[in-house]
Write a protein that binds this ligand. Structure first.
Ligand SMILES: Nc1ncnc2c1ncn2[C@@H]1O[C@H](COP(=O)(O)OP(=O)(O)OP(=O)(O)O)[C@@H](O)[C@H]1O
Ligand SMILES: [Zn+2]
Length: 577
């Protein structure tokens, strides 16, 4: 028989109290919030960051005010770990990761982030039954799998991951306090329910009104259909923990309220999750926290990511609906940077449609950026020759871009607008670089190396903030990353360059078309013969250079010829190979 999970939590029940919280203490000073009297969200007191965010609580953009000017407390709902993560999860966590990076790197706000791992729930139990393994073992496998996927996508790990099964004593204690405060009740069947009526009009922040949505079946032992479970008595064969109400396990929503309160106490700046979590999950989290802390409003800002769905399919990508692409499958064809660019191209709160075509746009965007950086670097190094550039215009464009990007980020983290501003800068920079002069004497004319270096540096910094690294991508692909491989390619490209230059110089010495009138017949024949010989000699060398270039592309090496110089880089997109 499958081993059941048990913890002896009885002893710990009375001891637990979240930091900064006097459990059961009334008249705690209200700092933020959602006033039940007015039914409106009231800005918290604190420090205005100058950023405006769309707050799902007020359903509009609000100034982001933090309790601490340089620190944001952030609770993120995490995954339910019973299967591989899919692109829907990826988009939600990458979009939130981008916001976190913007807060830290652009606005100098450190983030303390707690993320829960839901490692016990109905779906986990069902899957473990199918596979005949313990739910905990199953959860550990997929938790590790999720963390690996996030690392691949360069999502920064939270400050702490916290597992539900490691916080059962705290959860029980939290429920006891809610009962003591008069907002929950236990039934003879060993269940505990939240009493929605006890908080009156305060319920319904996300729905705007009380609804008859119940998460349990109508035939249950609840007082009201819409009351929801804090503790569920366990059926036979299910994992259970011993509690004051008998053997059972926590309901879904209580884990987040308890774990968030156990770290942040009563005050939380930011709470995030996908839009599907707004109701009932976040609604119920708030109800529980308000009931526990005896406060009016918990969690100052709720930010929700829009859903990712497949093109032509209106439903969200979901494990349950079986319309998903796993992150692992996706990464066989595309790179993490390409996915991150895909995420940047829409606002975090909007729904996003996934298709190969939309990925293609992201790939092209990255290629334009990479190619510009490549050309700008070649220009700075003196390998790319241009007409003199209009430096003042470029400086102005760079400064404007910096201002526009920051303004876009301050406006509810508007990443598509920020990317647009950077692409405009690239457009300006490219327009001047493209003016390649045929006249080699321009080589000696003044080059605007400083402004191009500054642009390169800014764009790289921007990409780095977005979690995209063109350099990183170039050495990321497993087999192509070794130092030996890089050295061999360097040698090959340098040898090819010498051969190519030799062939081109032969070309220079090809006699021009023979002027019939100036040469004797013999001289003309000699001249023609010499021309034929040189062309014949040159042809196979240039052909061999072309073949080598094509073959190297097959290994993911992109060789570019610029005049007498050849440069190379590793291709990123595996489908380019
Ligand atoms: N298609 C999607 N698009 C955007 N976010 C999603 C999508 N699917 C899940 N999420 C978000 O991912 C996070 C983790 O979700 P969770 O593990 O609970 O998955 P789930 O919603 O149960 O998945 P599924 O619906 O696939 O069973 C949540 O914040 C959820 O809102
Ligand atoms: Zn949650």
């Amino acid at each position: 028989m499958r081993p059941l999970i048990r913890t002896g939590c009885r002893l710990l029940l009375a001891a637990y109290k979240p930091p900064g919280v006097e459990a059961g203490h009334r008249n705690i000073r209200v700092h933020s919030v959602y006033s039940s009297a007015s039914g409106h969200w009231v800005p918290p007191s604190g420090h205005d960051t100058g950023i405006r965010v769309y707050n799902s609580l007020s359903k509009r953009k609000e100034p982001l005010i933090l309790q601490n000017p340089t620190l944001a407390t952030w609770y993120s709902c995490g995954p339910t770990v019973y299967d591989h993560s899919h692109l829907g999860h990826a988009s939600s966590y990458v979009r939130m990761d981008t916001i976190r990076r913007i807060l830290t790197k652009i606005f100098g706000i450190d983030v303390v982030m707690v993320m829960v791992i839901t490692d016990i729930d109905d779906k986990i139990i069902n899957k473990s039954n199918e596979l005949n393994i313990s739910p905990l073992a199953l959860a550990r496998v997929y938790e590790q799998d999720f963390k690996q996927d996030m690392a691949e996508l360069k999502v920064l790990p939270p400050t702490v991951y916290m597992r539900v099964t490691e916080h059962i004593p705290q959860i029980i204690s939290f429920i006891q306090q809610i009962i003591a405060n008069g907002h929950a009740y236990a039934t003879p069947q060993g269940n505990v329910y939240f009493d929605i009526e006890s908080i009156g009009e305060r319920y319904g922040k996300f729905t705007g009104a009380l609804t008859n949505v119940g998460s349990e079946s109508a035939a249950s032992d609840k007082r009201q259909i819409r009351d929801f479970a804090l503790w569920k008595s366990s059926k036979s064969e299910e994992p259970f923990w011993v509690s004051p109400w008998g053997k059972g396990r926590p309901g879904w929503h209580i884990e987040c309220s308890t774990i968030a309160s156990s770290v942040f106490g009563r005050h939380l700046d930011i709470h995030t999750g996908g839009i599907d979590l707004a109701f009932p999950h976040h609604e119920n989290e708030i109800a529980q926290c308000e009931a526990y802390h005896q406060c009016d409003g918990w969690g100052n800002y709720f930010l929700h990511t829009g859903h990712l769905h497949l093109k032509g399919n209106e439903e969200k990508m979901s494990k349950s609906l079986k319309n998903y692409i796993t992150i692992k499958e996706f990464l066989k064809s595309f790179s993490p940077d390409q996915f991150r660019m895909f995420c940047l191209r829409s606002k975090y709160g909007s729904a996003v449609e996934y298709s190969k075509e939309s990925m293609q746009v992201s790939i092209s965007t990255l290629q334009i950026i990479a190619s510009f950086i490549d050309d700008a670097q070649a220009y700075v190094k003196g390998q790319l020759i241009c007409e003199p550039v209009q430096e003042a215009i470029l400086w102005e464009s760079l400064n404007e871009t910096k201002v526009n990007v920051k303004a876009a980020f301050a406006d509810d983290f508007d990443t598509p607008r920020a990317v647009g501003a950077v692409m405009d800068l690239i457009h300006h920079g490219n327009r001047q670089l493209k003016a390649v002069s045929k006249n080699t004497s321009d080589m000696n004319s003044a080059r605007s190396t400083l402004v191009y270096s500054a642009i390169i540096s800014y764009i790289e910094q921007f990409l780095d903030t977005m979690g995209i690294s063109l350099k990183h991508k170039q050495i990321a692909a497993e087999d192509r990353s070794s130092a030996a491989f890089i050295n061999v390619v360097e040698e090959l490209v340098s040898f090819r360059s010498k051969v190519r230059n030799y062939a081109i110089n032969l070309n220079d010495s090809v006699p021009k078309d023979v002027d019939e009138g100036t040469l004797s017949k013999e001289e003309r024949e000699l001249q023609k013969e010499r021309r034929r010989r040189i062309l014949k000699e040159r042809q196979p060398l240039l052909q061999a250079c072309d073949v080598l270039r094509q073959n190297l592309a097959g290994f993911g090496v992109n060789v570019k010829d610029r005049g007498n110089t050849s440069t190379w880089e590793l291709l990123d997109h595996k489908e380019d190979l």
